[in-house]
Design a protein around this ligand. Sequence first.
Ligand code: AHG
Ligand code: MN
Ligand code: MN
Length: 335
Amino acid sequence: MAQKISLTRYLVEQQRVDGLIPAQLRLLLEVVARACKSISQAVNKGALGGVLGSADSENVQGEVQKKLDIIANEVLIEANEWGGHLAAMASEEMDAIYVVPNRYPKGEYLLLFDPLDGSSNIDVNVSIGTIFSVLKMPEDDRGVDEGDFLQAGSRQVAAGYCVYGPQTTLVLTVGDGVAMFTLDREQGSFVLTEENVRIPEDTREFAINMSNMRHWDAPVKRYVAECLEGVEGPRGKDFNMRWIASMVADVHRILTRGGIFMYPWDKREPNKPGKLRLMYEANPMAWLVEQAGGAATNGKQRILDIQPSKLHERVSVILGSKNEVERVTSYHSGI
Ligand code: AHG
Ligand code: MN
Ligand code: MN
């Protein structure tokens, strides 16, 4: 029987054989994985662990926080603050960056996360997840501040997510393709279950919240209308639709069998570029998707090329199977 490869072994080999990841980054990824294991435990307990329902607070985005949003945020901070691998962290659930306290050594990495993605699914027992992105501190920087985080997604050194679904699966890239690890609860470790993940270039499946259709811009309306016309329409084939309302779960499906995911700008809040956050939702997912042969744009430009101007910046997101993403993007330039 083929030997099982744990996440630890995978990372050690990436460090040793390929020289792809320095020791501090390996430690960081191990710690994030450990935090995800602990969040997975909390998610699994559900009502038995008293983790369901809302907390009495709002985050910086004006969203009501769920108990699990706060628990997951705390787990990630507590796991990561003392190891000496980080300079600071940033999270969807914190207004400002969290600088590693002076009592701990500081490292050269910056960690950003959406601790609990898909919060509206927590109480209804549907897949949710954690998304993370790792950047390096700019060289010769003495003190860490928010400005150090404002780097384009193309500068990420690691990115991934953990989906808490029927299985708990950690999906990771360090710029050398995409690997998936399934949590073996008996062993308590993540085991490599998929390497060199590839997204098919074509698809017959799209994911978008259709209830917003009347608010979309013309290019998105055109693309979806053409899909809905099916075999009789200009696309000449029938399409299927999925919308889980957890980006992690929707992206996981796309990495597994292809598809296109869209959360475009819409005129409900015309001054915001979109709903999803650039730095800890769109960037890590865009890099994973590109690493698996897919594409990710905001309709006009590659997501990974966007220069962020603030930590909680939002962005329009179109990602997944390459040919479909290119089609929607071309509709935005009037082709
Ligand atoms: P979060 O729970 O971290 O705020 O993110 C939810 C996001 C994303 O995961 C999902 O694709 C989208 O919001 C769902 O939005 P709608 O409820 O508007 O469909
Ligand atoms: Mn989210
Ligand atoms: Mn969240």
